[in-house]
Design a binder for this molecule. Structure first.
Ligand code: PRP
Length: 183
């Protein structure tokens, strides 16, 4: 375990096993009815989850990315989510799946969902690796969710603190001392 971590919440094996289950659900949902999906991943946090998830998805897909900034280096939301840049895909009449690492207040997904929805996709679904239901500030619910977790700040498997720890293959909490260190 990385020495900055206090504890591991989800092991790499638990994560891998759950991702296969989610992918099977997604495959069942789309197979036989949809020729192709456009999978839009929310940078940066979702890249690790997305990379593992898509290798278990059997429905043909095209991958697109959107960058949304909301947290910066803080553990608390500092501003409303901002969508940075634009999608490269034309989503009108396409089957779109939004993928993010965590549903926290729900404000990021709500914003992106509304933005993509306004472009009239044939269908629009959402998939998140983690859900913190206690933190929700709206009624947003993901169609597929990996794990519900309590309201603790977590890092690893794509999630960062001040840009660090995204590469860890497991999910954990940081030692309190890490938050008081600078740079
Ligand atoms: C995180 C995370 C989600 C969002 C969820 O993004 O990746 O996109 O917060 O929070 P919400 O449900 O409260 O809106 P962050 O801004 O930390 O950027 P990152 O993806 O680059 O880590």
């Amino acid at each position: 375990m990385n020495s900055d971590l206090e504890k591991i919440i989800l092991s790499a094996e638990q994560i891998s096993s759950r991702i296969q289950e989610i992918a099977e659900d997604i495959n069942r949902h789309y197979q036989d009815t949809v020729r192709e999906i456009i999978l839009i991943t929310l940078l940066d946090g979702a890249i690790v989850f997305t990379a593992d998830l898509i290798r278990h998805i059997s429905v043909p897909l095209r991958l697109d990315c959107i960058r949304v900034s909301s947290y910066g280096n803080s553990t608390n939301p500092e501003t409303a989510p901002r969508i940075l840049g634009t999608l490269k895909s034309e989503v009108q009449d396409k089957h779109v799946l939004l993928v993010d690492d965590i549903l926290d207040t729900g404000n990021t997904m709500k914003k992106v969902f509304a933005e993509v929805s306004s472009k009239c996709p044939a269908s629009l679904k959402t998939c998140v690796f983690l859900d913190k239901p206690e933190r929700r500030e709206n009624n947003f619910q993901a169609d597929w969710s990996g794990f519900n977790i309590p309201d603790e700040f977590v890092v690893g498997y794509g999630l960062d603190y001040a840009g660090r720890y995204r590469e860890l293959p497991y999910l954990g909490t940081l030692k309190p001392a890490i938050y008081s260190q600078t740079s």
